[in-house]
Design a protein around this ligand. Structure first.
Ligand code: ATP
Ligand code: LTN
Length: 336
């Protein structure tokens, strides 16, 4: 009898911090791609709550946001039976490997990270060592699972490159210890911009009017798009350099309709900015409606969320400890 052997799937890993409301930027740059790629990989999707602590959090809100992000992962289409959905702090190996990797990461490298510079400027009263070492914890997340592919937005590219450098550095001393991961960054929608200042990225820790939250009601979405900053011309043209506001709206609309921003530009030729804003609002509203409906249903069953995270943590822990054990042995920690 003929047996067909399927090659083992590669591993995909990504995480989002459970801070504030998940935005359309997080969805288009990251979450949506998790869902698109999930069937082709063995996947782990994490709630990066330890990373969230690098800026001050309200403990009750952090707990709530963590459960909410787990529900959103599922509402967007991630299946916890197939993918491992879990919380970073439930798997102690993350913090343990991060320590080891800190000892292989240079101060110079960490101080060049633009996220560190941005967040230090934003939280000048709390430039803590965790914020500085944030990328070594992120490298630990990824390397613990011998990850092949990491879907993220463009803002995380530098962290991914550092992860690859750390993995290569460790491997040069201890051959084949880590898989060196690749980033998966969408071409046109990797950096969705703020609606109120299109020179900056849309960020869930900025003012509410600057982002669309995945859980925003339709009238809120319409209002936010209506107020979105464009420019003083009238022509709808995809030109991110010179027309960041209009190009951002075209990117959002294109992402919702699975076409390119240039195709959207052609479709809207001769229309005014009002029509573009209206088209973007309606496309976003209809994409988010089923996600919001599933989210509400999932949030009504907290026990299901807790059970999902428990089983996710067990599965992740099993994989993580295999790598950590190897690392401890290779670097010379005394084994019992
Ligand atoms: P914070 O403002 O709290 O730093 P954030 O909105 O940047 O949060 P993260 O949790 O840091 O969100 O990011 C989660 C994922 O979303 C990452 O893969 C990140 O690259 C992606 N992402 C964040 N903002 C955008 C954006 N504006 N456009 C595209 N992708 C984004
Ligand atoms: N730093 C990421 C969140 C994150 C992450 C990861 C992403 C933490 N660990 C591992 C990919 C892989 C951010 O989006 N700010």
């Amino acid at each position: 009898m003929e047996t067909t052997q399927t090659a083992p799937k590669k591993t995909l890993y990504s995480a989002i911090q459970p801070t504030g409301s998940i935005t359309l930027g997080n969805y288009i740059g990251a979450l949506r791609n998790f869902v698109l790629l999930a069937d082709d990989f063995d996947c782990l999707f994490c709630m990066a709550d330890l990373h969230a602590l690098t800026v001050r959090q309200d403990p009750a809100a952090l707990r709530r946001n963590t459960a909410s992000l787990a529900a959103l992962y599922m509402a967007c289409g991630l299946d916890p039976e197939k993918s491992i959905i879990y919380c970073q702090s439930h798997v102690p190996e993350h913090a343990e490997l991060a320590w080891i990797l800190n000892c292989f990461t240079y101060m110079g490298e960490l101080s060049r990270m633009t996220q560190f510079k941005d967040k230090s400027a934003k939280h000048a009263d709390n430039i803590n060592a965790g914020l500085f070492a944030y990328p070594s914890l992120m490298a630990a997340d990824i390397l613990l699972y011998q990850t092949n592919l990491v879907p993220v937005g463009a803002d995380q590219k530098q962290h991914l490159e550092l992860t690859r450098d750390i993995a290569t550095r460790v491997n040069s001393l201890y051959p084949n210890l880590f898989t060196v991961p690749e980033a998966y960054i969408p071409k046109t929608s990797a950096r969705i911009r703020s609606l109120s200042d299109p020179t900056r990225k849309m960020s869930k820790s900025d003012a509410e009017d600057s982002y669309i939250a995945l859980l925003d009601a339709p009238d809120v979405i319409r209002r936010k798009f209506r107020r979105a900053v464009t420019d003083s011309e009238t022509e709808i043209r995809y030109d991110p350099e010179n027309k960041p506001g209009v190009s951002n709206l075209l990117s959002i609309l294109a992402a919702m309709e699975n076409v390119t921003p240039e195709e959207e530009e052609a479709k809207l030729k001769g229309c005014n900015y009002g029509a573009l804003k209206e088209a973007a609002s309606e496309a976003v509203i209809s994409t988010l409606a089923p996600i919001q409906e599933r989210y509400q249903a999932l949030m009504g069953d907290k026990e299901h969320i807790a059970n999902t995270l428990k089983s996710g943590a067990e599965r992740a822990h099993y994989l993580a400890q295999k790598t950590l054990r190897k690392v401890y042995k290779k670097v010379g920690l005394y084994q019992l």
